[in-house]
Design a protein around this ligand. Structure first.
Ligand SMILES: Cc1cc2nc3c(=O)[nH]c(=O)nc-3n(C[C@H](O)[C@H](O)[C@H](O)COP(=O)(O)OP(=O)(O)OC[C@H]3O[C@@H](n4cnc5c(N)ncnc54)[C@H](O)[C@@H]3O)c2cc1C
Length: 415
């Protein structure tokens, strides 16, 4: 009987892990199922581009995984039972039907199905977070999902010249969104709200460059500002100031999906799955968790932040550790550290801030068009890496050791 590996989520990390496992292991020994609600791989790091009217390259998952041995299942996970080792999904995507313009998968009446696994790889990523601020859930636009980016795209396209757009959140996503919108729509009145000083985590050079680009694009920056409430046409700050906002884009941080919360897995307060160095759940060793959904400790004993930059190496580590576990090979160690933060500032400008292994800015940064090209290359290679998960590494498949299979049948017989 094959060892059943179910990978939840085909974002950057789930797709990389599934592809890598399929290359590392023999098809006669393992069955790899990759579950995702949308038929296309979504390049999440480009969603601000999608929102401003640019079209992204379609990347159908079934084409990407054709011939690899990975079974792509178009379905939405609704529950995970880590004691029974089952996943409940609603698989109702109409096979062969094109995805509708809205970005929402085409669903028939939901049909519930239970998938059994021997090993689970949990990679459901994250969504947006309204932070409990009144009015945000009703009025804000978000950029963490394709559907959210398409909704914002429609709204921006319908806005007349001179109308105010406010981006709330001075982190990487907020900065990328504000500059992208201001560059694509110089006729709009774009503002950015930051809790502290704009770019306060950057080096002096990086911060000065960011400020120069933001000024050149005509973006108004509200620093040291906290948003207390949102209405359809304005943002109200904690000191009671009303900032006109026909469109508000909310980018104050990501939150994980509540699915893990309903399991017996050990989680952080924020709901991320706590994993060890091999990306294995500390409470349930037959569950691996990667990407935004997991909390792993990086250099300097600091938790890794939610990012593609560290999520992909987490996926390599999980896939290699699981393959080693099943084949009796030595447990590998993938180095997970930071090198740089690559920030797009529209299509013509960028900022590459070099950082220490634990993500602190050093006084070296690349700016201008060269940085924009570099960032573009990084985005392209991230998507390419999803389709080529073992490039540069030996892709020799190893056999699953009999011991493991026998152990499992003994456990089943005993149960
Ligand atoms: C606009 C934007 C720009 C960004 N820019 C950068 C950047 O420049 N650099 C960087 O390092 N990071 C960046 N990030 C963060 C980065 O995109 C995430 O950290 C990364 O995508 C995490 O990968 P993941 O595989 O954990 O999650 P995701 O890529 O989000 O994948 C999760 C997958 O799970 C699927 N899923 C969700 N719910 C279910 C369910 N119930 N059932 C089945 N499947 C489900 C989703 O459809 C998705 O395919 C950016 C994010 C955004 C939103």
């Amino acid at each position: 009987m094959k060892h059943r590996i179910v990978v939840l989520g085909a974002g950057y990390t789930g797709a990389v892990a599934a592809g890598r496992l399929a290359k590392r292991l023999h098809r006669e020994d393992v069955a790899v199922t990759l579950v995702n609600p949308e038929p296309d791989f979504v390049e999440r790091v480009r969603l601000h581009q999608l929102a401003t009217g640019q079209d992204l390259t379609p990347r159908p998952l079934r084409e990407m995984f054709a011939g690899t041995g990975v079974d792509v299942k178009l379905a939405k996970v609704t529950a995970v039972d880590v004691d029974r080792r089952t996943v409940t999904v609603t698989s109702s995507h109409r096979a062969g039907q094109a995805e509708p313009e809205s970005g929402e998968p085409a669903y028939e009446e939901p049909a519930y199905e239970e998938l059994e696994y021997d090993t689970l790889v949990y990679a459901l990523g994250s969504g947006w977070n309204d932070g409990g601020v009144p009015g945000v859930a009703e009025h804000a636009y978000e950029l963490s999902s394709r559907a959210g980016a398409l909704r914002l795209r429609d709204r921006l396209a319908a806005l007349d010249a001179g109308r105010p757009v406010v981006v709330v959140g001075g982190g990487l996503t907020g900065v990328e969104a504000a500059t992208e919108i201001a560059e694509a729509r110089p006729d709009l009145d774009v503002a950015l709200v930051a809790r502290g000083v704009l770019g306060d985590w950057l080096s002096d050079k990086g911060r000065a460059h960011l400020r120069k680009v933001v000024d050149r694009l005509g973006i108004t920056v509200h620093e040291h500002t906290t948003v207390a409430a949102l209405e359809a046409d304005r943002v109200t700050t904690a000191d009671g100031t009303a900032v006109p906002a026909e469109v508000t884009v909310w980018t104050t941080g990501f939150a994980v999906h509540p699915i893990a919360q309903a399991t017996a897995l050990e989680l952080t307060d924020g709901g991320r799955i706590v994993v060890d160095d091999a990306m294995r759940s500390v409470s349930h060793p037959d569950v691996y968790a990667i990407g935004d959904a997991a909390l792993a400790i990086g250099p300097g004993d600091k938790p890794l932040r939610m990012s593609c930059a560290t999520g992909v190496p987490m996926a390599w580590q999980a896939a290699d550790a699981l393959a080693a576990q099943l084949t009796g090979a030595k447990l590998p160690h993938v180095s997970i550290r930071y090198y740089q933060q690559c920030v797009s500032l529209g299509r013509r400008e960028g900022l590459i801030q070099f950082v220490t292994a634990d993500d602190r800015a050093v006084n070296r940064a690349l700016t201008g068009r060269l940085a924009a090209r570099y960032k573009e290359l990084i985005c392209k290679s991230a998507a390419w890496g999803v389709a080529n998960p073992t490039v540069g590494m030996p892709s020799r498949r190893r056999r699953v050791v009999q011991r493991e299979a026998e152990g499992r049948s003994r456990a089943r017989a005993a149960a």
